[in-house]
Structures are given as structure tokens and as C-alpha cells.
Design a protein. Structure first.
Length: 72
């Protein structure tokens, strides 16, 4: 029984991670994992942004600070 629970737990975790990636792509959120890969490759001596900082910066770039980006 415990083994089945562990297997189910692993499947749920994987499903959640995969669905999170899908929905981020769906709404246009950039990938933090890709950012980290890029950062390690091209800026190895600099500290990368935290996941929260990355998310907030991405939102600011997409919508402007405080949601004030205007198209016209």
C-alpha cells in the first residue's frame, strides 16, 4: 500500500510540474529554468534572480510597473 502511495505521489508531482510549464507557456510567462540555464552559461559570476524576482520582473516587462503599460 505504501509503495502505491509513493508511486501516486511521484505521478502527481510530475503532473503538476508539467501542467505548470504548460500554463506558463499558455499565458506567456517566461521559463525560470531556461533563465537559470542562460544565466549560468553567460553570466556565471553573477548571482541570478530568485524565482520571485524573476516573476515580478517578467510581469513588469510584459505589463509595465503596476500594470500601467499602455499600447496607445
Amino acid at each position: 500500500m505504501l509503495k502505491k502511495i509513493k508511486v501516486l505521489r511521484k505521478k502527481l508531482i510530475r503532473w503538476y510540474k508539467d501542467s505548470e510549464k504548460f500554463f506558463h507557456l499558455l499565458v506567456g510567462l517566461p521559463s525560470y529554468e531556461k533563465y537559470i540555464e542562460y544565466h549560468k552559461k553567460y553570466h556565471p559570476n553573477c548571482k541570478p534572480k530568485s524565482r520571485k524576482e524573476f516573476f515580478l520582473d517578467s510581469q513588469d516587462k510584459r505589463y509595465g510597473k503596476n500594470g500601467s503599460k499602455k499600447c496607445c
